[in-house]
Design a protein around this ligand. Sequence first.
Ligand code: CA
Length: 534
Amino acid sequence: MKKRIISTLVVLALLFSMLIGCMFSGGDDDANLNIIDDNYRNYYEIFVGSFYDSDGDGMGDLNGVTEKLDYITDLRCNGIWLMPIMPSPTYHKYDVEDYENVDSAYGTAEDFKKLVDACHEKGIRLVIDLVMNHSSSKHPWFTQACEYLAGLKDGEQPDLSVCPYAGYYNFSNEKVSQTYYQVPGTTNWWYEGSFWSEMPDLNMENDAVRKEFENIADYWMDLGVDGFRMDAAMHYTENATVANSDVLNWYYTYCKKRNPEFYMVSEVWASENVIADYYGSETPSMFNFDAGTAKGKLVSATRKGDPNILVNAMLKYQQDFSAKNPDYIDAPFLTNHDMGRIANVLVNDPEKIKVAAGLLMTMNGSPFVYYGEEIGMNSAGTKDENKRIPMVWSKTDNTGMTDGPADMDQGIESPFEGVDVQEQDEDSILNYYKRALRLRNENPEIARGTIEKIDSLCDGSVAAITKTYDKSTIGIVYQLGDSNSFVNIGDTQLADAELVGYLTLKSKEEVRLTQGQLEMPAKSIAIVRLPKQE
Ligand code: CA
């Protein structure tokens, strides 16, 4: 008899702990997930060469990404952005020699197809970098154009019916600016290379070039690509917002005709008002350089412990971006491959790294995580190679470890453990990221909701907003103070809300909601939900 009571108690205790496990992040239970299959995603940005080496040659490759899809899924990401994978003479591959192939260092087109199919099986959408502003100086379009121009007599103008490629780039009889370079083999022809002499700018106003890029879209869409990340979109015609928006609109319209779900996210590295203007292109996403980077609102709010910096910025994004494109999907991030990593920016402070990630994951749109950020990987100085160093899968086991870019500085130490150890530590940065990303998957309002500020709760280290999507409203309450604190939501529009999730620095720390009082540990974020209105 006694035995039976004990075993019943054990079963009840087990059931109870399972229930708690379901209610909040943690555990592998998918009961509370509410993932909508649309273009709001949690993205993971990968530099393939430094990610995972599947065949032991020291070079990260596409098969390596395929092998690590479970890791990405486990992180709760359901979108991937691959930095350039097309054949290129450089390690970074932002200068393309052939737009319809895969660089042999990374694998083959068949490997790519396998990766796409494996992604789709796991509900991951795959976006690739498309470098349309310029090609490599080794691209046959450019080399043929140069050869043709070198054969012209003095004063003779190119005949595009003889050599159409002479119209593919911005050639001129004058050195128009400092970013114009002499065409090899000529004394009176120059070409634009706004980034580098070996990256000649393509002429996107030329219909034949546009036709080429339509074929390129077909090639990648035939392989199953779900979207493009448009590199250097404000440079197609140097800083010409209207002309460049037209390029984006033309390309997106073309891709969308084939696949209504096609996604596009563009790099407009500019101030918030310029980014807003580019939403006039009616393409879905622009990276949010106002929220991200070392000088952005996310880092600023983190450093000052003031969530109101972010809340006010989020309201401004909502107003300015939606004014230009009501269907905009913000694309916030902390850092990317072009800047020092977030761990470096926040001087390897694990609490601040977590807070920055937590704030990011409460933003609307599709957040982008740069590979290694989720384990607090470091970078060094301003050299690009040092921002793209090998993913630290383990500090003791070299399986899959890449050699990294040839010219990176050696000995850049990751201040935290590798993936293997962090996975086992509930309080690691990695597990904080997982909890934060899971909250987004449980609460679709976080990505999609219309934001309103709860003024009475916005002061100092505390801030609160509501987000409403599909008649459902959640509240997000930020408490970035250094100690435990009470936030009274009982006198606000959140009075009837229940606690549905939270982020705390340590896994054992809890947020509690008792009679309208949220008890919140230092630097924590709470998600509450109002009863759904019919
Ligand atoms: Ca390899």
